[in-house]
Design a protein around this ligand. Structure first.
Ligand SMILES: Nc1nc2c(ncn2[C@@H]2O[C@H](COP(=O)(O)OP(=O)(O)O)[C@@H](O)[C@H]2O)c(=O)[nH]1
Ligand SMILES: [Mg+2]
Length: 395
């Protein structure tokens, strides 16, 4: 894809001011020399005034444009500052331990945003078209998505005159990336239930069971009574895996036999949660079924079963996506959202992938809040998503 990022609209050069052609015949010249001279002077003076006026008008317009640009930039910076303040307050609550894990986990993605961008400037002192094309390739490699990378490049090319080092480029890039995040107030829109029912969905192997284990441990750790429902009845091993996590998290588990009806497990888990006065229920589901059973229909059945005792349930439907699948994760999100309606997303396996840009892609294109990110297989490797930390960990 060849883009000429520098081909920007230029201001039209000043048009030459046309003065009327003055033909002065010999007769006139000899007859009234002074009159002619003063006419010429008057005309010249008039054109000078017109030129001055035109220049003044253009200067005013340029100054006005610059003022507007400045105001817009200030507004943008203020918005970013407000978000940063908000997120800093959140960070104080969450601590910084996870940030280190995130940085470590994102090291492959960071190679693109740090080392590779540094390399762009090797032997060069100015951002040119070739470098912008290379930058675009880097962004796409990180799975940031074509639209997001085009938007970023457009803004960067506009500011290219300010960029003469990789440090400057990265500073602007950070700002551009941060501005791409859609900040949905996930918690404000959530209805809290008692028990609060969270149905966890996603294709096979994305990390649903692991994510439930981690979330259950966190909830338990904060003093909540947690119940886990083993509604992935596809394989016996899936139920066993969940049992291990439940034990680790100190949570109760509701399970049936392998291949039993997952909707029945879901129904039982709500009944048990009410009876046991549980605070939160995590419902594990299958990501694939016997080919004759339609996964979406099965998930809808589970959803209906959860609502039988508590009409608002499930209070949350959390979709788990695997970062290593890159842009494919986006189509999964669209598909599950269309069929079931998703209230939040968890992205796993950000450790060891160079496709960390997919987080930006998801946050900028989908209207669904990214709630959690996972950077490893242990209980501590999952936390609430924080855009500022994420951008910080990328550079
Ligand atoms: N590296 C890494 N592995 C993960 C992460 N989350 C889950 N996994 C692994 O992914 C595999 C599939 O996870 P699982 O929870 O069984 O997926 P499910 O089929 O969606 O329930 C397991 O080996 C997990 O340990 C993560 O954040 N990072
Ligand atoms: Mg599972």
């Amino acid at each position: 894809m060849a883009f000429n990022w520098f081909k920007k609209k230029k201001k039209q050069p000043h048009e030459e001011v046309k003065t009327e052609e003055i033909i002065i015949g010999d007769e006139d010249y000899h007859d009234d020399n002074e009159d002619v001279d003063s006419t010429i002077t008057a005309i010249e003076e008039q054109s000078d005034v017109e030129i001055d006026k035109e220049i003044a008008e253009e200067t005013d317009a340029i100054v006005e444009d610059q003022k507007e640009d400045q105001e817009e930039e200030q507004k943008e910076e203020q918005n970013i500052q407000d978000l940063e303040d908000l997120q800093n307050a959140e960070k104080e609550q969450h601590g910084t331990g996870f940030l280190n894990r995130l940085k470590q986990g994102l090291s492959k993605t960071r190679e693109i945003f740090s080392t590779d961008i540094d390399d762009l400037f090797t032997g060069k002192r100015k951002l040119d078209d070739d470098m912008l094309e290379e930058l675009e390739e880097l962004l796409i490699t990180s799975d940031i998505g074509v639209q997001a990378s085009m938007d970023i490049l457009e803004h960067i090319s506009e500011k290219s005159f300010k960029i003469s080092s990789s440090k400057q480029l990265k500073k602007i890039l950070r700002k551009e990336i941060f501005a791409l995040f859609n900040f949905q107030e996930a918690d404000a829109n959530l209805v809290q239930g008692k028990p609060h029912i969270v149905m966890v969905i996603g294709v096979n192997g994305v990390g649903k069971t692991t994510t439930i284990g981690k979330l259950a441990a966190k909830a338990s750790g904060s003093g909540k009574k947690v119940l886990i429902a083993a509604a992935d009845t596809f394989r016996a091993a899936a139920i066993e895996q969940l049992e291990i996590w439940a034990k680790r998290a100190g949570a109760d588990i509701i399970k049936h036999n392998e291949n039993s009806d997952p909707a029945a497990v879901a129904y039982d888990s709500v009944e048990a949660a009410i009876a046991r006065d549980a605070d939160i229920v995590f419902v594990d589901t299958a990501g694939r079924l016997h080919t004759k059973v339609n996964l979406m229909e099965e998930l809808k059945k589970i959803k209906r079963a959860l609502a039988k005792k508590i009409p608002e349930a499930p209070h949350e439907i959390l979709l788990v996506l695997d970062a290593t699948t890159g842009q494919n994760a986006l189509s999964q999100a669209e598909m599950f959202n269309k069929e079931l309606g998703i209230s939040g997303i968890a992205i796993t396996k950000l450790d060891g992938t160079a496709k960390g840009g997919v987080v930006i892609s998801i946050c900028s294109t989908l209207d669904i809040p990214l709630r959690y990110i996972g950077v490893g297989e242990t209980i501590d490797d999952l936390d609430v998503f924080n855009a500022k930390d994420y951008v910080e960990a990328l550079f």
